[in-house]
Design a protein around this ligand. Structure first.
Ligand code: AMP
Ligand code: GLY
Length: 447
């Protein structure tokens, strides 16, 4: 079969890598892909000329491309094109596509909508209040810090922009002044554009964060609706070791999350996974794709922080190397409604995937630097290099053939019999990678 993968990050490189290992897959087209995808066997990049697959015209062009090339399966990586209806357009054109339609994509694209869905279907989550009126939101913020019975929940206060904000839409405000400033910046000053027009105020939760990705198949004609969770993972969102510094797109992941106990997993299935499936069915969504649960876990009790309507990045770079099953076949099972009987299997052991970032990230960062590595270190450890913000570019000694082009440049993903071995191998291989100004966290999966 011919597969089309939409997106340009590390997640998409991991998807392409996994598809390339499938006997069912003859060729892969990555639109636009990155410097890593074009180096995978069977794969070629499709030029989007710098245009964004969230644009309607680009989506129409991709549909034409899929017809011309005889694409059998399209996988949409990022959320923005899904929120803009790419899966609806592909399905309407009669093309097989992995990803929910725009209506279900609101589970990620609107936090207020996601919250109302969780409440409606009894998905256990952080308590919250949603606002569309800036004056009402400011009054709520003030009364929250007013103390006593006025506060809906104890400070600090989690303030979330409703819409997609590329990791910049969540602020944890410790005091009234910063909370007022954030609410005004989002709602009145429009620093996040339309994403900040509505606001969610949320209870601050403590515990350990866990990510669970899952395959969802709801709406296949003649199929059985189902949702099948993958092995768990943990992202590390803060820029520096020991969770210091600003939020980022993700500085590395481990899979499975070492402390996600069997009791917590059972709790997740009963309190979050099952009610979510009920809700997706009851809303009548055509949801054939992946879903991501961002959990806060404390004493084996899970609360849902967020849904994403796609695979997580960088979790995918840690989870897919653990998947034993054929990813293309899993996608076909999602499409025809047979996920419940799909023999999804996982390797025992663990994967650690630290991310190397460019100097300055997550602020303004350097780019254009050649990326070198020691091939022997990768051979010895069996580590994989997943490119993210990296394009093909000649030059540099011991070159990977990559040149940095984004903030998160690449992830190195290594398998081990346990988390400690995976970590040791991943860092051994990562230490052999170099580009000017490169940095990474030293503590991915360390506890
Ligand atoms: P998000 O952009 O929704 O992934 O949120 C970014 C990060 O903010 C999450 O990964 C958490 O670390 C943190 N966060 C979000 N909601 C809460 C909450 N209710 N309590 C504590 N931390 C939170
Ligand atoms: N790692 C969380 C995300 O993909 O947004």
């Amino acid at each position: 079969m011919k597969a089309l993968v939409i997106g340009s990050g590390g997640r998409e490189h991991a998807i392409v890598w996994k598809l390339a290992r499938s006997e069912r897959v003859d060729s892969i087209h990555a639109a636009p892909g990155n410097g890593g995808t074009s180096g995978e066997p069977k794969c070629e990049n499709v030029e989007l000329f710098g245009r964004d697959p969230a644009e309607e015209e680009v989506q129409e062009a991709l549909i034409r491309y899929a017809f011309n090339e005889g694409i059998d399966l399209t996988i949409v990586g990022p959320e923005a094109p899904l929120a803009a209806g790419i899966a609806d357009r592909f399905r309407k054109a009669g093309l097989a596509v992995i990803g929910p339609g725009a209506a279900a994509a609101r589970l990620e694209a609107s936090k207020a909508y996601a919250k109302s869905f969780m409440e409606k279907y009894g998905v256990r989550a952080a308590r919250s209040l949603s606002y569309t009126d800036p004056a009402a939101a400011l009054a709520a913020v003030r009364s929250h810090f007013g103390g006593g019975s006025k506060a809906a929940f104890a400070p600090p206060l989690v303030i979330k922009a409703d819409g997609l904000a590329a990791g910049k839409g969540v602020v944890i405000a410790e005091d009234l002044k910063s909370a007022e400033k954030t609410a005004a910046a989002f709602m009145k000053d429009g620093v996040l554009g339309n994403a900040g027009k509505s606001l969610v105020l949320e209870e601050f939760l403590t515990g350990r964060e866990v990510s669970v990705l899952a395959a969802v198949s709801v709406g296949a004609r003649g199929g059985g609706d189902g949702i099948v969770p993958f092995v768990s993972a943990r992202d590390h969102k803060r820029r520096f070791d020991n969770d210091g510094g600003p939020n980022t797109g993700g500085m590395g992941a481990v899979a499975p999350a070492p402390d996600f106990s069997a009791a917590a997993q059972r709790d997740f299935v009963e309190s979050i996974l099952k009610p979510t499936l009920r809700g997706i069915k009851a809303e009548g969504f055509d949801y054939r794709g992946f879903i991501f649960f961002g959990l806060m876990v404390s004493e084996d009790r899970c609360r849902l922080l967020e849904y994403n309507v796609r695979l997580g990045d960088p979790e995918t770079q840690a989870v897919l190397p653990l998947m034993e099953s054929d990813f293309a076949e899993l996608c076909l099972a999602i499409l025809d409604g047979s996920v419940n009987s799909f023999p999804l299997s996982w390797k025992p052991g663990a994967v650690c995937a630290p991310v190397a970032v460019a100097e300055g990230y997550p602020g303004e960062y350097r780019r254009g630097d050649p990326v070198a590595f020691n091939e022997f270190s990768f051979e010895k450890t069996g580590a994989l290099l997943f490119a993210a913000g990296a394009v093909r570019g000649a030059g540099g000694p011991a070159g990977t053939g990559l040149r940095s082009a984004g903030g998160r440049v690449l992830a190195v993903s290594a398998y081990g019999a346990d988390a400690a071995e995976a970590r040791e191998k991943a860092y051994r291989a990562l230490r052999s990678v170099s580009f000017e100004g490169m940095d990474y966290r030293r503590d991915i999966g360390a506890d």
